[in-house]
Design a protein around this ligand. Sequence first.
Ligand code: SIN
Length: 531
Amino acid sequence: MKPPGTAGAPGSCDVLVLGAGLAGMTAALEAARTGSVVLATKTALGDGSTRWAQGGIAVAAGADDVDVHVADTLAAGAGSCDPDAVVAVCAGGPAAVRALAGRGVEFDRGPDGGPALGLEAAHSRPRILHAGGDRTGAAISAALTAAVRRSDVVVHEDAFLVGLVVDAGRVVGADLLLRTASGAEVAHRVDAGAVVLATGGAGQLFSRTTNPAVATGDGLAAAWRAGAGIADLEMVQFHPTVAAVPQPFLVSEAVRGEGAVLLDAAGHRFMPGVDPRAELAPRDVVARATGRAVAAHGGRPALLDATVLRARTGRGFAHRFPGIAALCAAAGIDPDREPVPVTPAAHYLMGGVRTDSRGRTSVPGLWAAGEVACTGVHGANRLASNSLLEALVTGSRVAADVAAVAAGACGEPPGFAADEVVELPGRATARASHVARRDLRAALWEHAGLFRDAAGLAVAAKLLTPDEPPLELAGLPGVDRRAHEDANLLLVARLLVTAAALRTESLGAHHREDHPETPGAPRRRTLRRTP
Ligand code: SIN
């Protein structure tokens, strides 16, 4: 499936995968069964958000659980999931997880030797597989990194995505910046028959986030410039429990699954008064309640009290959560004896590059999988630990679809007919940002965070709109990765704020203080750049 006339040329391949988390490495390994694959990643292999995942991977606990897993996913998604996509991911889960185990991931086992299944919010039964206690993402990343290194996949690490190459309306490759041994940046074009975007999310849009520093929305920005539709970008998941310490870190929902409770700064347990499911209500509900508890106490963090775990399990916190225990210890907190101060933070982008459940985008030649994509599986509120599952299943489905297309079985084009499409003016090339990153992140946290309204969104939109026409980045001297990231953050921030202003209703994670009403039949909204 090489682009015409390039077979065997340096810098050309059948499939170019951008990103090396669970979705990207799965797609690369699967695609390498049938063709040549180049995998380019911004940092080192396995260094994206996947490695940070603590809770685990949700998967049906037996054949009779697939329907229940589907129902839980749809319920958490606030009526906004794509049911076909949900069924594809939940039903495909068990086989995909077996394949992952076959690639060397050792999931934790219970005393009976069977899989140890955790419980997390809005799951109606325990079905979360974990590895190394709370180091599931690290275990998956390590196993897949080793598998990629053993494979024929050609890897470019420290490779920055500058843009997708579009020819006659089709994505045919990507422009990268590679770093040489001496530290110099060199431009490098990879021509490809198919490009798979698996570049992760954009948590760095917000001043409080669980995401790694690399999550600057580079893939989203590249897809937008290439003409792809971007859906439901206002749907940002905020995690309720991020340690409020100088070096913040996620405190997994699995900790609440084991019995920890949330208290306000005055020591009052607030969740039972908010939702009958208390601390195990859907994540958007717990995040907003925690945000309100923090605000009601003048910004003093809420408290996650896990001291009950020792009495319940007979073992200390560190036995089940060694990674979080180590982070707590470094912050001077002993979760067996004292509560952990927590606040919400931006965690996961449920919107993204619009794809169908095969990962096809609206632009021929371009597929997307993982957090960068919006398959519709997560709707307006992702069910805990469904992100790793979606990345795994979709990464594999993308590779299968790319191979089918290469073999001439093009199938139906992606059908996004039910989406409301809004066209916006935009450029195909990157423009320099006029906003300091710190100011952008603070504005999004304040005005496009847990609680939104028209006035706040307008303040953010004004900050994000330059007074003068922006300069083309490529023409400026001294343009480096940071300048590209800033341009990408600005573009994605503007799309997010626009999407949040357009949705004058409250739905899952998107909460409008001025429009608390929930729509009866929520509609997916896709933003498209005018050609
Ligand atoms: C967590 O461990 O709480 C995060 C898991 C997820 O985001 O699904």
